[in-house]
Each structure stands twice: as structure tokens, then as C-alpha cells.
Design a protein around this ligand. Structure first.
Ligand SMILES: Cc1cc2nc3c(=O)[nH]c(=O)nc-3n(C[C@H](O)[C@H](O)[C@H](O)COP(=O)(O)OP(=O)(O)OC[C@H]3O[C@@H](n4cnc5c(N)ncnc54)[C@H](O)[C@@H]3O)c2cc1C
Length: 310
């Protein structure tokens, strides 16, 4: 409950336009801990650096709630440019997209624009043997995202497209089971949005417990599982679970956010686990940065200290 109140307070303040204007100028140097840079070349460079530590990258061009259809298509074009740049740099493209950023819910010649643009993006990634993960957004988008995921797996195969389930939602265990026929590649997360009690567990202990249930069920079903958390206790439990159930190391990977628990990321890679860092980049970094601050007071303290110094 306290987590929820803290998160709500930070996101409300951060969403204020005056605060945003002020914060953008002062916070960029601090945001660089969590964001690889503003352009494609810094994103590609970040992947190369992580690869030296045996950590793979998951590139994410930042941009949320893009409004006009033209801007959504332009955004999709930029993701395609990113995929091409990664390929040219010798990296197998692995990107995440938010379907709302590429036009989900907007019609284009009788079809959902988000689906059309996602098709172009996944088509390009699969040409280079790459992968696209459809991020999960706030709960009103869950149904349509899962439907579109189903369509896209049908067209491209589960080796080129995956999606995300959030353990704070009551519905996720059922959603997971409902996808079993696709043998889907799923990233499990706790959930980053402010959600009402009608749809999401208000208590963190329930969210954590449900997280374990989701990961264990997906692993036991034999599907590829992305364990996306910085929670060390859960990571240790997953290590024990895979050992006890004879689950091979190529059936799962640990995923964490760029700039968070780099020590743990390196440690896991050294132990021989697959590890991937989610690397956001782009000019539209402010909303992403605010969510990271909202996640833990430790990050807010980091920002306040930085601003006082700056
Ligand atoms: C690869 C990846 C992809 C994601 N994709 C999505 C998505 O598509 N949709 C979605 O809703 N959410 C997504 N998230 C965010 C996720 O839902 C959580 O908000 C976030 O990961 C924090 O939860 P946690 O599992 O790390 O556990 P928590 O219980 O929040 O944290 C566990 C411990 O990790 C550390 N920690 C956690 N966050 C931070 C931080 N920001 N800074 C410093 N330390 C921290 C703290 O020590 C904390 O005690 C993603 C997260 C990851 C790692």
C-alpha cells in the first residue's frame, strides 16, 4: 500500500507540465544512468559495451502516447532504422515496442494501425534473425495486446515475437494459460503502471507471490521465459526451481533494466546464465525516467542528491 502511495505521488508530480519543463533541463545528466543516449548510435554502442560483459541487449526507442497516425508510422520507421543499424553493427536485433506508440487503437484502411506497423517492424527484425517483444502497457490495453500478439505469432512464429505479462494483474495467470497453445516467449514483470485495486493486487507481497507462480508455470509448461526482475530473492528462487525441475539454461533468461543492478547482471552472466539488459534510448526519455524514480525511493534520493550538486 505504501508502495502504491509513493508511486502515485511521484507520477503525479512528474506528470505536471511545469515540473516536466524544469526537470528535463536539470535531469538529463542523471537520466543517463538509465537511458543509453538520445540517438541510435549511442544505443548500439551501449549494446556493444554490455556484450563485453556477456550481457545481451534489448533496445527500446522511447516514445509514449504518440497521438497522430502519421507520428505513429514515423515512430515505426525509426524502430526499423534501429533494427537496420543494429544489424549493420553486427548485433542480432532484439527490440521492444509499445503498440500504442505505433498506432494501436487507430484505424487505417479498415485495420488497426498498430498491428500494421508492428508487422513491418517484426518483418524487418525476422529478416535478420531478430526478435521483437511487445511491451505490456496499462490494463485497458491488455486484451488488445494479447489478441494482436496471437495474430503476430501466427504470422511470424514465436521465435521472432514475444510479449509481457504483469504479476500485479489478477488476470495474468489465466492469460498465461490461455496462451499455452502458442508456445510463447513471455517476459514476466511485476508491472510498472498505476492500476486500480479492481484489476491489480494492492499489496506488494501478493504481486511477488504471483510473480513466482507465473514464472514457475511458464517454465513448467516448457516455454521460453524471460525473468525480468531485479528482485534478488526471486532470482535465487528461480535458480533453485530450475535446478530442482531440470529446466535447461537455454529455456530462460534473466532481464534487467539498463543501469540498474549492473553488478547482479554481471554476476549472473559470469555464472553462465543468459542475461539481457533493457536499453532505452531516444529524446522522449522523461516519462520512462519518472517511472524508474517512482519505483523506489532510493532512485528519488539519487536524483535529489544530483540536483543539489548540479
Ligand atoms: C527487462 C524489463 C522489462 C520490463 N517491461 C515492462 C513492461 O513491458 N510493462 C511493465 O508494466 N513493466 C515492465 N517492466 C517494469 C517492471 O514491471 C517493474 O516495474 C520493475 O522491474 C521493478 O520491479 P522488480 O521486479 O525489479 O521488483 P521490485 O520488487 O520493485 O524491486 C526488487 C528490488 O530491485 C531493486 N530495484 C527495483 N527497481 C529498481 C530501480 N528502478 N532502481 C534501483 N533498484 C531497483 C530494489 O533493490 C528492489 O528492492 C520491465 C522490467 C524489466 C526489468
Amino acid at each position: 500500500m505504501i508502495d502504491q502511495i509513493y508511486r502515485k505521488a511521484v507520477l503525479t508530480v512528474a506528470g505536471n507540465q511545469k515540473v516536466e519543463e524544469l526537470a528535463r533541463a536539470r535531469m538529463w545528466p542523471l537520466a543517463q544512468r538509465f537511458v543509453a543516449g538520445e540517438d541510435i548510435s549511442s544505443a548500439v554502442q551501449a549494446v556493444k559495451e554490455l556484450e563485453q560483459d556477456g550481457i545481451q541487449g534489448n533496445l527500446d526507442l522511447l516514445g509514449e502516447f504518440i497521438d497522430s497516425p502519421a507520428r505513429c508510422t514515423e515512430f515505426a520507421d525509426n524502430v526499423i532504422r534501429l533494427i537496420e543499424a543494429a544489424h549493420q553493427a553486427g548485433i542480432t536485433p532484439y527490440v521492444s515496442i509499445k503498440l500504442s506508440s505505433v498506432g494501436q487503437g487507430k484505424q487505417d484502411a479498415g485495420e488497426d494501425l498498430g498491428l500494421k506497423n508492428a508487422r513491418r517492424i517484426i518483418g524487418k527484425a525476422s529478416e535478420y534473425g531478430g526478435f521483437v517483444c511487445l511491451d505490456m502497457e496499462d490494463h485497458p490495453r491488455t486484451d488488445i495486446t494479447l489478441q494482436q500478439f496471437r495474430t503476430l505469432v501466427g504470422e511470424f512464429g514465436n521465435q521472432h515475437v514475444g510479449t509481457v505479462l504483469q504479476s500485479y494483474l489478477y488476470r495474468s495467470l489465466q492469460d498465461r494459460a490461455g496462451l499455452d497453445d502458442l508456445h510463447p516467449n513471455i517476459r514476466m514483470v511485476k508491472g510498472a503502471y498505476l492500476e486500480p485495486e479492481t484489476v491489480a493486487y494492492p499489496d506488494k507481497s501478493d504481486v511477488d507471490q504471483n510473480y513466482r507462480r507465473l514464472v514457475y508455470a511458464h517454465l513448467k509448461a516448457g516455454h521460453y521465459t524471460n525473468v525480468a526482475t531485479h528482485d534478488e530473492q526471486i532470482i535465487d528462487d528461480v535458480k533453485r526451481f530450475v535446478l530442482a525441475h531440470g529446466i535447461p539454461r537455454d529455456q530462460f533468461e534473466f532481464q534487467m533494466l539498463y543501469g540498474i543492478r549492473r553488478d547482479l547482471q554481471k554476476e549472473l552472466a559470469q555464472e553462465g546464465y543468459r542475461v539481457r539488459a533493457y536499453i532505452p534510448y531516444g529524446r522522449d526519455w522523461y516519462a520512462y525516467f519518472s517511472r524508474r524514480i517512482a519505483e523506489t525511493p532510493r532512485n528519488a534520493a539519487f536524483v535529489v542528491q544530483g540536483m543539489l550538486k548540479g
